[in-house]
Write a protein that binds this ligand. Structure first.
Ligand code: MCA
Ligand code: AMP
Length: 500
């Protein structure tokens, strides 16, 4: 079996050493304490520089402590991308709290699951209606906007966390049942951004155009965390508007853009697509970037998008090289520190390294299944299927897990099945991903109608499920069938759900 090219391909053969003191917050503070006047983050209110940013995080950390929050307490954080959101996130981490970033389009049942599972003490949120919803879910929860307008209190023991202290719980991979919380430590988060810093030659001179939401690993764990580690700067944008990307590119002289394939699909059709060539680096991830789209961007815009592969449980794993060939259809070589191999029987991608989490929050059984024991370090089972070519490039060729990725957001089919099964017109329902040029995959529902029921319109079904599911999980089409394909045990064979 072929092996991947060693991660030293990203470091020119040099060793990979984690920045001191081995914690994310320690490394950030070390960088940001220098040159305090240097601009750091920009949002609709303007620029904040390094010194102001650190001062604001200290103030907010003190307020969180003043309300009684203790190291290890969980804090839900969610909002549109603003400097306030970034300050709240960093402040919580500096106070040794565990951040639970939460998707802003979640509906009440989805939020209820996070609250019941993570048992947060506080929630810092900027979405209309969330304050009331959260308080109704847990009347003891401290809830306020991300600006944290609580009384000032002198901060104590900031940044006094150990590398293995939990820092982050990201909800993901609910193949069965509800999503599980992946617990990442300070050291896991640091290892991954330090690896991409080296691999992508990310420096303090870089300026990132950041329109990815800051409640998933791509925007938060790579975009924001990397900016703070390198001491570069980032222009935060709310939502994805190609016109705004191009005007920010001109106005702020951006050097980097990170996006999901759906964003590149939209940028490729924009009249100014060739302006992307002004950027030093365009990175794609979270879902497969079609080789044809990658090549189209190369031909029409002169941009060779660098594709990389990651997961919430591991942050970044594999990346095409910065200096050598960026191969369309492949994700490249393991990032510094990452060991990768394919399972000999199934070709599942197995990984280990300082970036890989230790396990899911309070899920001993899931943790047993998630790792392959090895005396030299257990391997995490990614649930992705891989292939390695003669040159040591890794490609993702499929998934062993039941997952739909639409526009870079993960949709767990069983969660959508359960919500749609409540519709009175449906006797049985199962959803699957259908290929889509724009979204990568689209959610499609296969339904068996209840006796004497007539098929509802797709708009009606979306409206019905909108109360329980985030909008990106809603089906875009419905296929009425006489029976769902099932195996001998009665389990739906989802891979057989295909549109003609
Ligand atoms: C929005 N809609 C979607 C999606 N996003 N439907 C399916 N899939 C989606 N991803 C819905 C909207 O609610 C709306 O429905 C309708 O589609 C059209 O919305 P539109 O305005 O066109 O969409 P948008 O708001 O522009 O959003 C598209 C987007 C967004 C910008 C591509 O989906 C996005 O930010 N994706 C990035 C996700 C991401 O950060 N993933 C990283 C996960 P209606 O009108 O009915 O309400 S981390 C990860 O995967 C690992 C670690 C990794 O490797 O990175
Ligand atoms: P999440 O659970 O949101 O962290 O999503 C992680 C999943 O996204 C991975 O397990 C992959 O299935 C998928 N993914 C991320 N990057 C890529 C990529 N470049 N190509 C294919 N799939 C990807």
């Amino acid at each position: 079996m072929l092996s991947p090219r060693s991660w030293t391909a990203h470091t020119d053969g040099q060793p990979f050493v984690l920045p001191e003191p081995g914690t994310l917050v320690g490394a950030w503070v070390a960088t940001l304490s220098q040159n305090p006047d240097q601009p750091l983050l920009h949002d609709a209110t303007g620029w904040v520089n390094r010194g102001e940013f650190l001062a604001r995080t200290e103030r907010v950390a003190g307020r969180l402590q003043g309300m009684g929050l203790k190291p290890g307490d969980r804090v839900v954080i969610s909002g549109p991308s603003t400097v306030d959101l970034a300050v709240a996130h960093v402040a919580a981490l500096r106070a040794a709290l565990v951040v639970v970033p939460t998707n802003g389009s979640y509906q009440e049942p989805e939020l209820a699951h996070v609250v019941a599972d993570a048992c947060p003490r506080a929630a810092l949120v900027d979405h209309p209606g969330w304050e009331n919803t959260l308080k109704s879910l847990d009347p003891t929860l401290l809830v306020c906007p991300t600006s944290v307008p609580w009384p000032d209190h002198p901060p104590q023991n900031l940044d006094a966390v150990a590398p293995d202290s939990p820092a982050f719980i990201g909800y993901t991979s609910g193949t069965t049942g509800r999503p599980k919380g992946a617990v990442l430590s300070q050291a896991n988060l640091l290892a991954s951004v330090a690896a991409v810093q080296v691999a992508w030659q990310w420096t303090a001179q870089d300026r990132l155009l950041l329109c990815l939401p800051m409640f998933h690993m791509h925007g938060l764990g790579v975009g924001l965390h990397g900016t703070l580690l390198t001491g570069g700067s980032a222009v935060l944008q709310q939502g994805f508007d190609p016109d705004e990307i191009f005007s920010a590119l001109d106005h702020h002289q951006g050097t980097m853009f990170f996006g999901v394939p759906t964003m590149y699909h939209r940028l490729a059709s924009h009249s100014r697509v060739a302006d992307l060539a002004q950027l030093r680096l365009c990175v794609s991830g979270s879902a497969p970037l079609a080789a044809a789209l990658n090549q189209r961007l190369a031909t029409e815009a002169g941009v060779t998008v660098l594709e990389r592969y990651g997961m919430t449980e591991t942050v970044m794993l594999v990346s095409n090289p910065f200096d050598q060939e960026r191969r369309p259809g492949a994700v490249g070589f393991p990032l510094p520190g990452v060991d990768l191999r394919l399972d000999e029987a199934s070709n599942e991608i197995l990984v280990r390294g300082p970036n890989v989490f230790d396990g899911y929050w309070e899920r001993p059984e899931a943790n047993q299944e998630a790792f392959v024991a090895d005396p030299d370090g257990d391997w995490f089972r990614t649930g992705d299927l891989g292939a390695i070519d003669q040159d040591g490039y890794v490609a993702i060729i499929g998934r062993a897990k039941e997952l739909i990725i639409s526009g870079g957001f993960n949709v767990y089919p069983s969660e959508v099945d359960d919500a749609l099964a409540e519709h009175p017109a449906f006797a049985e329902v199962a959803v699957a991903g259908a290929p889509s040029e724009e979204w990568g995959e689209e959610v499609v529902a296969w339904v068996v109608l209840a006796d004497e029921a007539t098929a509802p319109s797709i708009d009606e079904v979306r409206a019905f499920a909108r109360e329980t599911l985030a909008a990106y999980k809603l089906p875009r089409r419905i296929q009425v069938v006489k029976a769902l394909p099932r195996n001998a045990l009665g389990k739906v064979m989802r891979h057989e759900l295909r549109e003609d």
